[in-house]
Design a protein. Structure first.
Lengths: 228, 226
């Protein structure tokens, strides 16, 4: 019997290695897998490359992981959401790669879909195109962007089953479905695990093939913070 | 939550609402519109009653409704400014790849953004104050600036120090080149045309010369040859 459910977050992340690239879902706090980030903190991996739209909020989750010195680099579109990020970046203790939000999503999509990169008009003629290949297509300037693959994706969904089918709630999809497709190991934090077959196949947003582990973490928002 | 939206806009709320109201007046029924942070955030609540406009939020919402009652926001539903929002009947929810397919693919009729500077060739600077910015942050601005069918800017005409934000060449790093079609400020509404800024409308009590005096780019009168 296939059963991808794992009891604890740290257990689901036990084999994450130092230096891993971790795709972290969420837009601000919504769809952001706080319990799995806490699991990563407990698990102990270092020198991590974090791919996430934001650099976390407040002092728990990603900011705590950064504060503990476990993050070497962050790839994001809008990091200016946590004070600890700004401090570490200014002190030269954290590498930053700024990627426009749509380009970030599409680079991850390319990785998940087996596409070797793409040309986009986004960032053409700006500082963010510096050093990148450019090409004129039908008279318009485009910038080449490479796929962005994760060793691990940690995401948050609403319901999941033991095969790993996932649904989402509200604006909680954001980067989660695409990140699920683009990592060697995808771990999903869900509000509840339901019986196989309880999710209407027409309601599945992330099909089970993309999900390796499911951890049930019910909570009333906001997620209880473990601050540094 | 509406109060929270207004707090994010900062001081001079009534003047900023007046700018937002002008933009809202000019959005036709049926357009799909994305609003940036700042003055643009105020626009959605100011669309004349009965006119159906679909607001898109890049984090995966089409058909965003007004701000919720303070008592009962859905904690799982936020806009791009991370404020709680509601959904209109007919709204849809989706992920980032589909959201930016809408944005980059030219499906969004209008994006209204704030700006640090707009040049008279349509260049837009709104993401970084210098090449050595201590922590640059771009969000979705560059995707929206090249992808939406029209870019309008809603901003104060000058900085707090009185410097013109309408310029002949941007001094800040560009978000995108040659994309702005119209600018709404606390003094005037200006179109970006092949000959530069053309004053389309003056706000009450403001004359052309007063706007020119506070603008570091040559202004043209609409319908009058240079």
């Amino acid at each position: 019997m296939i059963n991808k459910q794992v009891a604890r977050a740290a257990e689901a992340l036990a084999d994450v290695r130092d230096g891993s690239t971790i795709l972290v879902g969420g837009f601000g706090q919504i769809g952001h897998p706080m319990a799995l980030i806490d699991g990563l903190i407990e698990q102990g991996a270092r020198d991590l490359v974090i791919v996430c739209n934001n650099a976390g909020v407040g002092t728990s989750g990603l900011p705590r992981l950064m504060k503990l010195g476990r993050v070497a680099k962050i790839i994001c579109s809008y990091p200016r959401t946590a004070a600890v990020f700004t401090e570490l970046y200014a002190a030269g203790k954290l590498e930053l790669e700024i990627t426009p939000q749509g380009t970030l999503a599409e680079r991850i999509r390319a990785a998940g879909a087996g596409i070797g990169g793409f040309y986009t008009r986004t960032s053409a003629g700006t500082l963010l195109a510096a050093g990148k290949e450019t090409r004129e297509i039908d008279g318009v300037a485009y910038v080449f962007e490479k796929p962005l693959k994760g060793d691990v994706a940690i995401i948050e969904a609403w319901e999941g089953d033991r095969w790993g089918n996932l649904t989402y709630r509200g604006s909680g999809q954001n980067f989660n479905p695409v990140m699920a497709t683009a990592a060697a190991l995808t771990v999903a934090q869900v509000q509840r695990v339901v019986e196989l077959g309880a999710i209407d196949p027409e309601d599945v947003v992330t099909p089970s093939i993309f999900v390796d582990r499911v951890v049930e973490i019910p909570y009333e928002p906001p997620y209880p913070a473990i601050s540094y | 939550m509406r109060a929270a939206a207004e707090r994010m806009v900062g001081p001079g709320l009534e003047a900023r609402k007046a700018i937002a109201r002008l933009v809202a007046r000019d959005i036709p029924e049926g357009w799909h519109v994305n609003l940036g942070i700042g003055i643009p955030t105020l626009i959605s609540d100011l669309v004349p009653a009965g006119r159906e406009v679909l607001f898109q939020s890049e984090n995966g919402i089409l058909g965003m409704g007004p701000a919720p009652d303070d008592e009962t926001p859905d904690p799982w539903l936020v806009n791009a400014g991370k404020q709680n929002v509601t959904l209109l009947p007919g709204a849809s929810l989706f992920d980032h790849t589909l959201s930016f397919t809408m944005i980059r693919g030219g499906h969004i009729d209008l994006c209204v953004l704030g700006a640090l500077e707009v040049a008279d060739n349509g260049d837009l600077a709104n993401w970084s104050t210098s090449a050595a910015d201590t922590a640059p942050a771009v969000g979705g601005a560059m995707d929206l600036a090249v992808g939406a069918r029209r870019i309008w800017v809603a901003m104060d005409h000058t900085t707090k120090q009185g410097a013109s934000k309408l310029v002949s060449a941007c001094s800040y790093p560009l978000t995108a080149a040659g994309v702005v079609k119209r600018v709404y400020t606390n003094l005037a509404v200006l179109d970006v045309t092949p000959r530069g800024f053309e004053v389309r409308e003056l706000l009450d009590g403001v004359d052309f010369d007063a706007v020119q005096a506070r603008t570091d780019a040559k202004l043209h009168r609409a319908g009058v040859a240079a």
